[in-house]
Structures are given as C-alpha cells and as structure tokens.
Ligand binder design. Structure first.
Ligand code: AP5
Ligand code: MG
Length: 209
C-alpha cells in the first residue's frame, strides 16, 4: 500500500508510521528525518536545510521533490511505502503524481491545543530516532532511549517561535492538500486525538476493508 501521511506538526505522523510500517510492510520515508540526518552529517543537503528548518520554514520544493523522487526509485518501495511529511505543498503533490501512484492519504485530524502539548514534550533518540514524550510516552530512565540506550534530545525546531512558524506554514501551504486528496477520493480522515493503538486499528479498517 502506498500512503501519504498528512497532518500538522506534532500530529503523530512519525509515531504512527513507526507502527504502521511493520503492519503494512511499508518502508517509512520521513523527509524531516532525511533533512535532520543530513544536518547531523554536515552534508551539502544538510547545510542547505539547516537554517530553514530551525526557523520552522519549508525547504524549497525542487530540493524536496528530487530527494523523494530518487528515494522512490529504490527496489524496497516498489509496492509500498509511507511518505511522512511529503508532499506538503501543491507543487510537491502535483510532482508526486507524476512519478508515483498514491493509494491512501491519511489525514491526521487533531486540535491545535493537542499539537502544542505534543510538540512541547517531545524527545527523540539520537541513535535510533525513536520518538518519546515527557508525559504521554516517557522513557523508563530520564534522557535514555528504552529501545537502544541512546541519548534523547529535543528537536531544535520544537521551540515556541519555530512551532509558530511551522503551524503558519502548515496552514498556508499544506492545508490545501486536504481538499486536493479529497477530490481525488484518496483521503481517509483519522481522529488522532487518542491512543496510537486505536489510530492504527482505525487505519487498518479504513485501508484494508
Ligand atoms: P517533519 O520532521 O516532517 O516535522 P513536522 O511535519 O513538523 O512533524 P513532526 O515530526 O514535528 O510531528 P509528527 O506528526 O511526526 O509527530 P510525532 O509522531 O513526532 O519536518 C521538519 C522540517 O523539515 C519542516 O518544518 C521543514 O522545514 C522540513 N521539511 C520536511 N518535509 C518537508 C517537505 N515535504 N517540504 C519542505 N520542507 C520539509 O509526535 C509528536 C509527539 O507527540 C511525540 O512526542 C509523540 O510521543 C507524541 N504523540 C504522538 N502520537 C501521540 C498520541 N496518539 N497520543 C499521545 N502522544 C502522542
Ligand atoms: Mg515527524
């Protein structure tokens, strides 16, 4: 199954993708993770994306589309994948239609207040990328990933100013994609203001009838 995960920052796209990826045998492709790995590695892509991401703005369409197009040429994603955080502009969605056939767009429906609370306490493992939350999904030992023992950190763009910019960019540039996919009959609206296991069950019901 070929999925697009669409939703505001902090909606839980990465958290659900980590679980759905196993169930649907669909590799998880997060453009945000690709950029963060490039920044950590100090690669040319990372140098280009660093300032933009820290300010909460979007990386340009050309750069983002070309990295996704290249990733989707690999063998492991011939039949299934989860695109998390891509597309997030109309030009990106139109470009994706030119080289891939989206089967389901999962829209993560969650109120703004929940998004802020989720982003404010998020922790990420520096080694395996596992996502934690200080209150909703805390690690057993403070600052340490239960899964791999790696160090947990707070994302640079989870600061109040950057969160404001990310929500503004989402509302201006990404929200129009809800209608774009609805018109194509590909949109599944999922209430993501509840436990991750219930979200996954709902996704299975909607997408594997
Ligand atoms: P990206 O990494 O994609 O960030 P985002 O879209 O802002 O989304 P997040 O990763 O912040 O949230 P999420 O929905 O994955 O939530 P999560 O599962 O972590 O992009 C980062 C930046 O890269 C962008 O701002 C942009 O600059 C650039 N970029 C990326 N893609 C781009 C593109 N296509 N074009 C241009 N630029 C691009 O969950 C959040 C927290 O909530 C966690 O702590 C988690 O534990 C908790 N949580 C999750 N689900 C639940 C639940 N059901 N109940 C309780 N807690 C929960
Ligand atoms: Mg994410």
């Amino acid at each position: 199954m070929k999925f697009v995960f669409l939703g505001p920052p902090g909606a839980g796209k990465g958290t659900v993708a980590a679980k759905a990826s196993g169930f649907f045998h669909a590799p998880h492709i997060s453009t945000g993770d690709v950029f963060r790995n490039a920044i950590a590695a100090g690669s040319p892509l990372g140098l280009k994306a660093k300032d933009v991401i820290e300010k909460g703005l979007l990386v340009d369409d050309e750069t983002t589309v070309s990295l996704v197009r290249e990733r989707l040429e690999a063998d492991d994603v011939k039949d299934s994948y989860i695109l998390d955080g891509f597309p997030r502009t109309l030009p990106q969605a139109e470009a994706l239609d030119g080289f891939a056939k989206t089967e389901w767009t999962i829209y993560f429906d969650v109120p703004d207040s929940v998004v802020i609370a989720r982003l404010s306490g998020r922790l990420i493992c520096r080694r395996c990328g596992c996502i934690w939350h200080k209150t909703y999904n805390p690690p057993t030992k403070e600052g340490v990933c239960d899964k791999c023992g790696g160090e947990l950190y707070e994302r640079g763009d989870d600061k109040p100013d950057a969160i404001r910019e990310r929500l503004a960019a989402y509302n201006e540039l990404t929200v129009p994609l809800i209608e774009y996919y609805r018109k194509k009959g590909l949109l599944a609206v999922i209430d993501t203001n509840r436990d991750v296991s219930l979200i996954l069950e709902d996704m299975k019901k909607r997408c594997c009838p």
